[in-house]
Design a protein around this ligand. Structure first.
Ligand code: UFG
Length: 338
């Protein structure tokens, strides 16, 4: 059995990835500082897979705590890094905290890995690196644009750090550039647990439908898109999670073609905000209270992925439909209400 360290493994994408790894017979060590997650997720993972992952509460941005993880779990052979602060708006108010946290985590992990001969690193990156793209769909060789937030910049810098670290020949790294993950595990035992008022569309929709929020504001309806609302490549979080298993398999089977590789992880299809709302209303039968409001500063108008490289190289493809995304998100919201 291969052992993989999953940092931030109790978070939204992390927990779904742990489930998929365990179901493919990986042994998982989760490290999480619980700053935006809950230890109860461990039991939910256990319920789904029948296996309780190893867990350690630690702050990986601190070098001594990071070293401790590797001292305790000497069997670790690869790392998947989800541990990061991730709120775009907050990062503009707290740039220093964002750089310090998100980058120190990577530097500390790399330091430990290089010292111990652990080679494989999968990094959660983001389509935010492309900014507002000039041509669509975006390919991996589409230009990287100047970041519009410290959060986005930490994703770009993380890729640069990994590229140069890989040049030494001591580590092999893969950056997975996620588009917009939504939805939840079909068991409804794990899903997104936003802290406070959600920033993102899907949790805002489900919380509005559940009566926790009064109404959803759709940010802008006069964009140059068919229905005037922004377009994103929404991807089911379970499809996204599976891409990480495939990435790790690629390393262990020596399938990687370069020391540093990066892939778009999306569906290749864009849906507008209104299309997501319609899908939600159709699959759940719940009428959503929403109004159109002003545009949100910094929003990208349209983006979706070219998925050819992931499909050719990773033999991975997103399989789940938008309706499966919105209905599973609702099932999770109902489970939370309990
Ligand atoms: N939206 C609304 N109302 C809301 C929330 C969102 O209309 O209450 C709209 C946004 O304006 C946008 C779309 O829904 O058009 C998607 O917004 P999200 O906040 O869900 O997602 P973003 O695409 O803005 O952000 C996501 C991730 C970021 C990442 C970014 C990359 O949350 O971490 O994609 O583009 F950086």
């Amino acid at each position: 059995m291969r052992t993989v360290l999953v940092t931030g493994g109790l978070g939204y994408i992390g927990s779904h990835t742990v489930v998929e790894l365990q179901q493919k017979d990986y042994e998982v060590v989760i490290v999480d500082n619980l700053s935006n997650s809950n230890e109860k997720v461990l039991d939910s993972i256990w319920k789904i897979t029948g296996v309780k992952p190893h867990f350690l509460k630690a702050d990986l941005s601190l070098a001594d705590q990071c070293a401790k993880v590797f001292e305790l779990f000497t069997e670790i052979e690869g790392v998947i890094n989800f541990a990061a602060f991730k709120a775009v708006g907050e990062s503009c108010d707290k740039p220093v905290e964002y750089y310090r946290n998100n980058l120190n985590i990577i530097l500390n992990l790399l330091e430990q890995m290089i010292a111990r001969g652990i080679e494989y690193f999968v990094q959660s990156s983001s389509c935010t690196v492309y900014g507002e793209p000039e041509t669509l769909p975006v390919r991996e060789d589409s230009p990287i644009q100047r970041a519009t937030s410290p959060y986005g910049n930490t994703k770009q810098m993380a890729e640069d750090i990994l590229r140069f670290a890989s040049d030494t020949g001591k580590v092999k790294a893969m950056a997975l550039r996620y588009f917009n993950p939504i939805g939840a595990h079909e068991s409804a035992l794990i899903g997104e647990l936003p802290n406070g008022v959600p920033n993102n569309l899907m949790p805002y929709i489900t919380q509005t439908a559940a009566g926790i929020r009064e109404r959803l504001t759709v940010f802008g309806n006069d964009y140059p898109t068919p229905d005037g609302t922004c377009i994103r490549d929404f991807i089911h979080v379970v499809d996204l999670a599976k891409a990480h298993v495939v990435a790790m398999d690629r390393f262990f089977e020596h399938g990687n073609k370069a020391a540093f590789e990066y892939f778009n992880i999306g569906t290749g299809r864009g849906y507008s905000v209104l299309e997501v709302i319609r899908s939600f209303e159709k699959t759940t039968g719940v009428k959503l209270n929403y109004v159109f409001g002003p545009k949100r500063h910094g929003d990208i108008i349209r983006i979706w992925a070219d998925t050819a490289l992931a499909s050719e190289e990773l033999k991975w493809k997103a399989e789940k439909s938008l309706d499966q995304m919105t209905s599973s998100a609702w099932k999770w919201q109902l489970h939370l209400k309990g």
